[in-house]
Each structure stands twice: as C-alpha cells, then as structure tokens.
Design a protein around this ligand. Structure first.
Ligand code: BGC
Length: 604
C-alpha cells in the first residue's frame, strides 16, 4: 500500500464510472471462467503467441518504481519541441467559407450538453488569426506545431465524390506554408473528433463500417494536397475518448449511450480505418512523399495500490490494456489484448449473449492491421492507483464494469484544474517504460501533455503549470535515459480553447485567450517563458540555471496581468470607437442636413 494514501475515488472517475455504489461480490476473475464464443483465439499456437505478446506487461518490472530526485541533463540533439491544438477547439469560423457541419457543431448547439452552453462557433478565431499564432510559435522557437484538419471544412458532406471545398483546402495549405517558412514542422492530425454531421446522420458515424472507406478517401485527399509538405501524419487523436465518451457515456459528440457495446464497435472501425489509411499511404504516397503515419493514443498510468499483491498488479495491467492496449496491441501485435478478450467474452457469456461484445478480427484483418504504426503518438496527463474490484453481471453492459477494477487517487496529489487531472509526474516515466517493453520500443512522439486551470479570475502567473512541465518533462528525460525511444514532446496546448464538454471553463493554454473580447486577444502566461527556456536549453542543464527560470518567468507575467486587467477598459474603448462615435457622427450629419435644408427653404 502506498504510504498515506487515502483511497478515495476521484470525482472524475465517479463521473465516468457511475459505479461506486456497486457492491463487491465474490465472483472471481480467474482464468477458469467461462469463455464466450467467438472471442477466443482459434488455435493453441495463436493463443500461445498472443499470450507471449500481450500478457503480464512483457518484461515490465512493476516493483521498480524509482521516484528519484530531479535529473539535470539534456535531451538528445535533434529532439523536437512543439505545442498542439485542434480544429474544433480553436478555429471558430464554424459556418464560414463553405465549411460543413461537424458532430461537434451540432452537439454543442444542443442546450445542456456543454458547460454554460458554450460552443466552438468562434472559439479563438484561429481560422483568421493563424498568422499571429505562428508568430507566437516563432517567438518560442518551437520545432513543430501539431494541429488538426477539420474534415467538414474540406469535405462539407464528408464525401470526396460530392464536393471538395477549395477554400478550406487553401486555409490549411496557407497554414502549412507559413509554418514551413517559419521553420516549424507541421504535425497534422486527420481526425480530432469533428466528424462531418452528414456521416453521423446517414450512417451512424463510427458505429458503421462504411466509415473506414470514407475516412480513407478524406485522408487520401489530404495526402494528395498537403503531402508534398507534410511529413508527419496522425490518423486519429485519442480514439479511447472518441469511443468511450462519444458512444458509452455520451459526454462527447455524438452523445450516444450504447453501453457496453457501442464503444467497442466504434473502436473496431477506427482501428481498421487507421490501418487502411496507413496502407494507402504506404502503397500510394510513401515513396514520393517519404512521410510517417502514426496515431495518437492517450493513456493515464495505472499503478497497483499494493504492488506486492498480484491481484492489484493484474488490475493495474488491465486498466492500461483497456485504455492504451485496446488500440496499441492490435496495431503492434495484430489483435486485442488477451485480457480484454477474456474479460469481455466471459461477461458477455454471463449476460446470456451468444457472442462477445468485443468484435473479432479475422486472420486476414489481423495481419493487415499488425505493424501499421511508423511512430506512436502518446498523450498523457495523469495517473490513478488501481485495485481489483469485481462487478456482478447484473450490473449490465458497461465498458467500465468489464474491467473489474476500481480507480483511486491520493488526495495529496496536486489537482489545479480539471477534476480528473492530478499531477503525478512519476507515472509518465512508468507509462513510457511500459510502452517500451510491450510494443518493442517504438518511435514515440509525445503528442499531448499539460495541465489546466479552473479559476474565477485570471492569473497569468501560472506557477502550477511551470511546476507541472518542469516535473513531467524531467520524468520524460529520465525515460529517454532509460532507453525509451522518444523523439519529441508537444505541450498541450498553445492557446486556451474550447475544452469539449467543459466549454471554456478549463484552460490548458500556454497563452490565455480573452474569450469575452470579440478579437480574442492572446496573453502569455508565465509558463511560455518557462517552456521557452526548456526548449532553448534542450532540457535542464544545471540546477543553478533551472532554479532561476521560474523567478524570471514570473517577473514577466505580473505586467501582463495588469494588461489583462485593463482589458475591460480596452473593451469599453472599443465600444466607444465602434458604436458611440459612428452613431454620434451619423446623427451630426443628419442634423446638419436637416438644418441646411431648413436654411435653404427660408431663403427661397
Ligand atoms: C484531447 C484534447 C483535450 C485534452 C484535455 C485530450 O485527450 O485530445 O483535445 O484538450 O484531452 O482534456
């Protein structure tokens, strides 16, 4: 048992799990349980091969959790530093220049779905301000910028055969050109959750296998138009969230609650769509364009509550396999993690279903899917303690109950922003080492890492964010020294943006965006200066230097704070110049005209 841990479920988990009231039962989850038809591997040889690949965390050493002190040192030469964003979270211009509707446009416009009924209609107005934003990136001396293409902005109905919106293409093309002129490498995500609404309405979105072909057409168009300049492609961002929050809990668009099955079906199609796009690139474009195709998977780390208790270790491992392994294991090894097949298959059997709720890959599909990642994008924010907890089959179909575990947090962990996000830096190094041992030490780009704030009033002196970056990036450095093959790091995010169901109430940005002002001005938080120093030093050169960074960063933010405080005044002045002055002028002109006519009449 970790010292001093108060094993309380996190509020974020309660929201997701809605299961804390379920009594523990005596059901066991031993290997001898019933296997549902259709989920087990077909031959003994395959079973053995898969068990070797996906069982027991490879040679990951669960007992070796060194929480060592801060490490002073630098990253390998050529390590890439970047920031990230996504289309719906920042672009705005939701119905401009021929853009079609996405499932997020529709979802956010429904009352009660998003905190304060916020929408991404205008958000940061990134569509109009990308030149300014690239200037911010240049000042930070970034190596790469990760952004996403809005599918309905370039294919309004989702289908290439119907209409290609050239204005949308031009927007991304200009963005890419300007990045390259500024010596910033574009890292482009094809799908950051904004599916064309038409595809949701006509086919049921990711529930339908036809999405594989449509996504492939869209990706192919992007390779055709942008691939001469873009060399780093990410097919999907965080498919866990697309599946679970879109189709299990319904907190995200399209807001469906097809519990215990919809998420597995969506994930199945997403994995196939990813593989298809990788093959398209491999066959049609790779030799000319020489780029890389990856996927960005998100995962929290799961640490056993009691590392000497085998049941806790297995529960933690299940937690990670149901999160990361769900997608990574098929892509690296050709099939779902054995533990998912076993648990979901057994529970489906107990629920009287003829087949597992987890779909099955055919042997051809397995070999088609295996090995379709040139690099693994990894999004990581937080950690949980995990312990074994059985859910009775009477609980019904549920992704969360399928895992038979409980998530716990240490109340001592700092949680400055989103209720699910506790700062636990050592979990990052553990996760990276787990990936190394499980998936053959693939090339990794950290595609997201950062922390939010939730504050009634603005504070640009974001001490907690600097602390978070300092410690998480240091654990990343330790992982690199452990031999994990990490090539780059992407801080999430460049700007405060539309934080999905939380609207604008949670801010992840290095830059503060004043959403009340229609010009959406950006103000640097202290963490901009701090991150800039990490970049220019390529890590943490010496204690003396690193210790001065925070102090120096805070010096700059107090004056920016004052600027921001003056912002309502600026807003007031804008109102004076934009409304009051023109109105008064028009009135004066009118009055003069009337007066002039009056004079003329008197003269005549
Ligand atoms: C998503 C981001 C989001 C972040 C924080 C990630 O999984 O990809 O879009 O801002 O989580 O909630």
């Amino acid at each position: 048992m970790p010292q001093g841990i108060l094993t309380a479920p996190s509020p974020g988990n309660q929201k997701l799990q809605d299961s804390s009231c379920v009594p523990e039962t005596d059901e066991t989850n031993t290997a001898g349980v019933k296997e549902a038809s259709g989920t087990m591997l077909r031959t003994g040889v395959r079973l053995l091969a898969l068990a070797l690949c996906v069982s027991a965390g490879g040679d990951f050493d669960w007992t070796k959790n060194e929480k060592t002190s801060f490490y002073y040192g630098t990253f390998p030469t050529g390590f890439s530093w970047g920031v990230g964003s996504s289309a719906y979270q920042t672009e705005g211009a939701w119905n401009t220049d021929g853009k079609g509707m996405s499932i997020w446009d529709v979802f956010a416009h429904k009352k009660g779905k998003i905190s304060s009924n916020d929408t991404g209609d205008s958000s940061c107005e990134g569509y109009y301000k990308f030149k300014d934003d690239i200037n911010l990136m240049k000042e930070m001396k970034l190596n790469h910028y990760r952004f996403s293409v809005s599918w309905p902005r370039i294919l309004p109905s989702g289908l290439r055969s119907e209409h290609v919106n050239e204005k949308g293409i031009r927007y991304y093309s200009d963005l890419i050109d300007l990045l390259l002129n500024s010596k910033i490498t574009p890292v482009v995500t094809l799908y950051h959750w904004d599916l064309p609404q038409v595809l949701q309405e006509k086919y049921g979105g990711w529930q339908n296998a036809s999405m594989v072909g449509y996504f492939n057409e869209f990706a192919n168009l992007c390779f055709e138009r942008f691939g001469n300049r873009v060399k780093h492609w990410i097919t999907f961002n965080n498919p866990w969230s697309i599946s679970v929050e879109g189709y299990e809990t319904g907190e995200h668009a399209p807001g469906l609650r097809t519990r215990g099955s919809g998420a597995y079906k969506a994930a199945h199609h997403i994995i196939k769509a990813h593989a298809k796009v990788w093959h398209t690139y491999d066959m049609k474009w790779r030799s000319k364009q020489k780029g890389l195709i990856g996927i960005s998977l998100s995962a929290d780390w799961g640490e056993p509550v009691d590392v000497s208790n085998q049941r806790d270790v297995e529960a933690a491992e299940r937690y990670i396999h149901f999160y990361l392994g769900w997608f990574a294991t098929p892509l690296f090894h050709g099939d779902y993690p054995a533990v998912m097949k076993e648990y979901i298959g057994r529970k489906s059997g107990q629920q009287g279903l003829g087949a597992s709720r987890l779909p099955v890959f055919s042997p051809q599909e397995k070999s088609y899917i295996r090995g379709t990642v040139d690099f693994l994008g990894l999004g990581h924010y937080t950690t949980r303690y995990v312990t074994q907890k059985n859910y009775p089959s009477s609980f019904g179909d549920s992704y969360f109950a399928d895992r038979d575990l409980a998530e716990l947090v240490d109340p001592k962990w700092p949680d400055p922003g989103s209720e699910w996000l506790y700062s636990v830096p050592w979990g990052f190094r553990r996760l990276l080492n787990f990936v190394k041992t499980q998936y053959g030490n693939p090339m990794i780009y950290v595609t997201e890492n950062g922390v939010s704030e939730k504050m009634p009033c603005t504070d640009l002196c974001d001490d907690w964010r600097m602390q978070y970056f300092r410690e998480y990036i240091n654990e990343l450095l330790k992982a690199v020294r452990d031999g994990v093959n990490v090539k780059g790091y992407t801080a999430w995010s460049l700007l405060d943006g539309f934080e999905w169901d939380e609207g604008f109430s949670e801010r992840f940005g290095l830059y503060f965006v004043d959403f009340r002002n229609k010009n959406k001005p950006r103000f640097p938080k202290a963490s901009v200066q701090f991150y800039k120093r990490i970049i220019s030093s390529n890590g943490f050169p010496s204690q003396r230097e690193v210790e001065s960074w925070k102090r120096k960063a805070v010096e700059t933010c107090s004056s920016s704070n004052q600027l921001l405080a003056a912002d309502p005044l600026i807003g007031h002045m804008e109102m004076v110049t934009e409304i009051v002055v023109p109105t008064v002028c028009t009135l004066c002109i009118l009055l003069s005209a009337v007066f002039f006519m009056f004079l003329l009449r008197r003269r005549l």
